[in-house]
Structure formats: C-alpha cells, structure tokens
Design a protein around this ligand. Sequence first.
Ligand code: PEP
Ligand code: CO
Length: 465
Amino acid sequence: MSQSESPNETSRWTPEDWRSLPTTQQPRYPDADALARVNATLRGLPPLVTSWEIERLRAQIADAAVGKRFLLQGGDCAERFDECSADSIASRLKILLQMSLVLAHAGRRRVIRVGRFAGQYAKPRSADMEMRDGVELPSYRGDNVNAPEFDVVARTPDPERMVTGHARSSLTLNFIRSLVDGGFADLHHPEYWDLDFVKHAPRASEYQRMVESIGEGLRFMESLAGVQIEDLTRVDFFTSHEALLLEYESALTRQVPHRVGWWNLSTHLPWIGLRTADPGGGHVAFMRGIRNPVAVKVGPSMSPEQVLDLAETLDPDQEPGRLTFIHRFGRDKVESGLPPILEAVSKSGRTPLWVCDPMHGNTKTVRPTEGTLAGSAVKTRSFDDVLGELEASFEVHRTAGTHLGGVHFELTGENVTECVGGARGLTDADLGYAYRSQVDPRLNYEQALEMAMAIARRMREGSSD
Ligand code: PEP
Ligand code: CO
C-alpha cells in the first residue's frame, strides 16, 4: 500500500487517525477514564519545542543528506525519571559536545547534535508480559508507562506517568537551554565539558591534543578576523525520541499560528522504531501527517519494497530534510542487507539522510563466569562489533554511491560497564561493576569518546564520501 497524497492534500489528516488502525506496542491502561483525563491535561500543557526550531533542524538535515553537515544522535536507550538531575544532564551534554568536536575537527563538517533525551521515556518490547518464578506481569515499557520493579503496582500502566514524563522532559530541556545560553557549549571553552575522570581515560591525551589544536586554530582565525566567531560561541542541541506512545505524541501535536499543518511539539526529531514501522500501521499513519523531520529505523526484517513504501508514504513530495533512515543491521548482516535497500532508494531518485545505528543489531546476551553478575544473563554489546558495523557501513555507502551522513549511539556520560571492549578492555566479568541500564547496554564515556575518534580517523582517511 502506498499513499501519495501531498501534505496539502492531507487536510483531512488528523493526529487521531492512528486510533482506527492496527497500532502495536501500546500499553493496556486498566482505567479508561484516567487515560481520558490525562489526555485532556496533556492537550492543555504548553509544548516542549517550537516549530521554528523544528524548521531549523529540518534545514540542517537537508544539508547532512548531501554531505554538508554530519548528524550525531546519542543518549540513553531509555531515560529514567529519577535521572533527571543536573549532573546526569550535564554529563550527557558533555560527551555529545566532546564527540561532536572530534567529528567536526576530522570531518571538516559542521555537526548537528541531536540527543536521545527530553522525552525518550517509552520502549517497545518483544513480549507484552514477563514471567518470573511463575508470576506473570506486564513488561516494563519505559517510565512514561510503568516502573521496572517486578510487582503488580509498579508494572500496571499508569497514564499519569505521561504527565510526569512531559514535566521531566521540560525540566531537562530547560536546563539544557540555560546551559547553552550561558556559554557552556562555547567552543572557546572546551574545558567546561571535561568530566572528572577524563584525565584517566586511555585516549585522554589524544583528545587534549585535538582540543589544543582546535583552540589554536580558533584564536588564529579570530585574530585575523579581529572578532569572536559568533557561530562557535553558541551551538544547538536538538531533541529526539521514539514516537512510540501515540496517546502522548498525538496530545502534543498542535497547529501553530502563521504556519500550515500539524507539528509534533514534543520533540524536534521523532523516529519510528523497527517494530512499529509497518507502512499500514498506526505509527506510520501518525507520522505521515506531522511537519517535523521524521526518522525511521531500517533493519534486516525489512524488504527494499517496504523501505520504498515508507519513503513514499512519509515523504511523498521528497522535501529536503524531511526523511532520515537509520539503518541498524548488525555487524554480520550490514554488508548483505544494506546494499539492496540503498540501491532501491537511489533508483527511486530519493536522497534521504542515511544514519547508522551500530548498536541495536549487535546486542547479545552473555553469562559472565566471574564478577558480581556471574551466572546471570546480561545484555551487552561489544565495542568491536559496534565499530565494525560503522566501518562496514561507510564502505557499503561508498560502493553504492550514497552518503553516510550521521551516526546514532546509545551512550552515557557516566562511567558505566554495560558494553564490553574498548581501550580499557572491559570483559564480561567486568559488567557487574556498574551495570545500570534497565534496557539496552550503553557505551560509557570513554568508549563513546574512543568511538568518535575511530570514526574521525575514518573520516580523515577521506573515504567517507
Ligand atoms: C531503540 O532505538 O532503542 C530501539 C528500540 O531501536 P530499534 O527500533 O532499532 O530496535
Ligand atoms: Co535501545
């Protein structure tokens, strides 16, 4: 099925259309009245972002699609309400800033920073129910839905959580905007972003050398120009999350004065996850009518025809910057799975932004034989698989004549031990030291910075275009 109406012909579209379509991965709320009350509350609350910001991001994505910018998207698999704190938010900004500095320096391209934050509170799950010791309860679906503790109260979906999620997103964004406005992200002061443990990291000296050389370049350019380069004193952060919980997303989708159409004002860049990318399903029907740039995950379960169908439905007019495909095949599958999709999309004449998520196709379960998690099943990812998929992706795009314009990571600015490998050589036995994720394993600060440096080397070799 493909729908080829243009946005001007979709005046009949409403943010509620998804309700009459098959829509998977939605919680079952036991109390319909409570849900209706929350819905009305959300509709009355102010939006989290504005259509101007969304338009600015769309223009930048259009640049990235043709190689003029590079997109860095990263953050937690799932944010937690109780991690909405100054330290946690600041360290997430710091690692994204450091990585973007490394990427901009190497790639000689401006970097668009997009956080998986200020709203990444809902998770798709492979099973609706979880069984432990003969007791069956609904799966944890993210803090916007329920809580991870294994008891009936915690696991029962509670619509009030969406109101809390909106408030936490707004607190997160407020702090980010204040930090950025106050000069935290000023490229003249990269020392603001140093994390306590940065000096002990295996790649710390390489990073420090890079910062010094950028600083020298900056001062040189400014002494020539005789002014401060304004563009570098302020950088933007955009927000993104998986648009999974359609009750929440549709309540925050609004019309705005002096602009045509509907805007999802819960985030700048909503994306459709792999499990909800059915071209005939509710999520795609919802996303096709909003004016935001939209992203879709693409993986081994999708045929080139499905990808083309998604492109036609979500971007019938081929608007620059509208569509991003985030591919996540896994190290073992990317070389065989990605080329037919790139070929089909190129043949159709489309130039979406292609982004590689090297995390979600590389998750595996291990049973450490030593350490505090010995004997239990632990989800992890190996640094080498993640880097391997990224490197293979650059190569596949080069061969296909397409352009890899961005990367998508699950990472944290903290010193967690959830992924194995990297310069410090974390092993399965080390996973127990600081394993905190309730869902997917994240690169820690050192691994994330090391990853950026590895991509940077790849970009410097000049073979990314
Ligand atoms: C995610 O990004 O956290 C996720 C669930 O990804 P995917 O839809 O690609 O599996
Ligand atoms: Co994840």
